[in-house]
Design a protein around this ligand. Structure first.
Ligand code: NAI
Length: 209
């Protein structure tokens, strides 16, 4: 199956496979059957076989899956070995937390610049990087050519900043704002993150126990 034909729901499950397999690898496990994998991950064995078949199988009859190999293959599909140059815009409470705690490097990204419009923040270090004033974004992008941006600014300011970033060659957005980037820029990759959606999903489950 061509990668573009893989359903979004399979793609959304891949990071979970990657995380579990990483833990198994760390624990020294060399191989695992689909039924054992299903027990650990909470997916059915047939779901696992179907998911992994989308990418060419990786399993062997009677052997199961080679943990390191499967981990590496899924990592390759997810692109975790790439080091996409990334800038983060908005070094407030959320932006600092994301910059400080997210292991970008292990997930295919290289955070190279943090920007904010508040001049008082300029020069403060977050994750060893100085916060830069947003006025320097143009020159920085021209020089360093980042392809990804993390947006941690208020939604009201997102359209303008996105427009500039797209013009400067950014092709992927990790979007914490409510601005609908995908609708306005169909050619870019967008992953929206809304913690409140997750919280409301919990509320639904809680009220339907
Ligand atoms: P904050 O007020 O602490 O930080 C926002 C930062 O963005 C400030 O430092 C401000 O100077 C900067 N900023 C504003 N406009 C800018 C621009 N045009 N260019 C560069 N920097 C700019 O706010 P906080 O708590 O960090 O939240 C940021 C945004 O993220 C809020 O709009 C909030 O609604 C949203 N948010 C989203 C979440 C989600 O799950 N998607 C979770 C939490 C917050």
């Amino acid at each position: 199956m061509a990668k573009n034909d893989v359903s979004l729901s399979v793609i959304k499950r891949l990071p979970r496979y990657y995380r579990f397999l990483g833990e198994m690898k760390k624990a020294g496990l060399q191989r695992i059957s689909s039924s054992e994998l299903s027990k650990r991950m909470g997916f059915t064995a047939s779901q696992i076989r179907q998911d992994l078949n989308c990418f060419g199988g990786f399993g062997q009859q009677g052997y199961g899956y080679n943990v390191s190999q499967l981990y590496a293959e899924i990592g390759k599909i997810l692109g975790v070995n790439k080091k996409a140059k990334t800038v983060l815009i908005g070094a407030g409470n959320l932006g600092r937390a994301v910059a400080a705690h997210m292991s970008f490097e292990e997930r295919g990204f290289n955070l190279i610049g943090i920007f904010d419009r508040n001049e008082a923040l300029a020069g403060q270090l977050v994750r060893g990087l100085p916060i830069r004033h947003i006025g320097g974004l143009y020159d920085f992008c021209r020089e360093n050519a980042p392809t990804v941006a993390v947006l941690c600014i208020p939604s009201d300011n997102a359209a303008e900043v996105t427009e500039e970033l797209v013009r400067l060659g950014v092709k992927g957005f990790w979007n914490f704002t409510h601005y609908d980037i995908a609708a306005n820029y169909p050619g870019v990759a967008v992953e929206n993150v809304h913690l409140s959606d997750s919280l409301m999903t919990l509320s639904y489950h809680l009220n339907n126990l």
